[in-house]
Design a protein around this ligand. Sequence first.
Ligand code: NDP
Ligand code: 2IT
Length: 447
Amino acid sequence: MNAEEFQELFLKGLKRRNPGEVEFHQAVAEVSADIIPFIEDKPKYKHGLILERLTEPDRIISFRVCWVDDEGHIRANRGHRVQNNNAIGPYKGGLRFHSSVNLSILKFLAFEQTFKNSLTGLAIGGAKGGSDFNPKGKSDGEIMRFCQSFITELSRYIGANTDVPAGDIGVGAREIGYMFGQLKRLTNEHTGTLTGKGIEYGGSLIRNEATGYGAVYMLNNMMKHHDDELIGKKILISGSGNVAIFAAEKAINLGAKVLTMSDSSGFIHDKNGLDDKKLAAIKRIKLEERGRISDYTNEFDAQYHEGERPWSIAADVALPCATQNEISGDDARTLVENGCKHIVEGANMPTVQEGVDYFKENNILFAPSKAANAGGVAVSGLEMSQNSSKISWSEKEIDSLLSGIMKSIHDTCVVHGKGKDGVNYSKGANIGGFIKVANAMLAYGVI
Ligand code: NDP
Ligand code: 2IT
């Protein structure tokens, strides 16, 4: 059986065992297309069934989350934690609160996280969790009661050396604060069982900024490697949450021109580009007031496109930082036709497979999410180190460690992704992330 036939059979089995989980199928198909040819002449990985074991999570925990809303009504949501793999360190990965959350999405995220965390070079395994709870429009009291109920149940399965959750969509500083407070109360311990904590109670400097900053460091490294530079480049950013805002901040600081930002209602296009003052307004609107990106046009001269994504605007770089599958095949073609040369995935799996293929066929430099957005979990790993040794590093130290980790991820992608047509960053990230986890799994024997 050749590699192609083997992949077909492998995916058929995966789909049979995980029916209807389209996002999980998509993520595994993308990774296995690189890993199967790689392991073909490496019997230790192939006969060790490493890929098969990596695609069956170590365990999945599902639970009911009951809470009381402001009207006194009982509400019930569903919570999950997918612990994908802890071969190289404790399970680590974010929690997502969004109405779309289901096991397919969490399994794809936990699978991707395993490779991403390996790429950071730190001792962290892969997990993801969350709930179909919709935080939009909820009061602080409702958010607090939900978070307390969610973490009370999850507390049985996590711990500083077992599984360390963090934020993701819908989970930021406020939610981590409520969950950490309840966890501390339940366990009577002040340990680093969550990352993304406030600076006052064990958080790390730069953690908030790390994913967005890291994505721009990745872009910068990729450009430098191809004798190009960021200064003056036009950038499209989607999203206006944690990742998008700090990607914009770093891009502006390094001299690029950020033209767009978005939310789930639409996008704003500011032809003059964002500056520090405009970005401060976006931080206030989205992070403090929890408002809509359209409010930007009340203060600044820009167009608002209701119900659209920013990919129709001409630019040099696209930084998708909102959610999965937000760049369709058509969007990919439009971007390339309009001259876009670099795609850096700040969000997890924001490009559909057809789009990824199109970018590769057209020699677009494409940094996949597991490499490009690893800065967030990397600084989470540094937060764990600071917590366990009871010290705090300075902003300068952490930024320098973050930038070193992003450089090393870039170089790993080059080592494993270099071919006659240039660097295939997704192949490099998939193989580079796989090797360390696979070798650790082999060391343990059959478990
Ligand atoms: P936030 O909740 O802070 O922000 C999410 C942003 O994306 C908001 O602007 C939101 O709009 C928009 N968005 C969310 N879902 C959709 C959707 N279905 N369609 C259109 N827009 C949507 O999340 P983060 O910034 O933390 O996460 C963004 C992405 O980055 C996710 O893919 C996440 O997995 C990934 N990521 C996050 C990391 C982190 O450290 N936080 C680390 C690595 C990756 P609205 O305000 O309307 O909801
Ligand atoms: O997707 C991700 O890497 C995250 N949401 C961050 C995970 C973490 O543990 O910091």
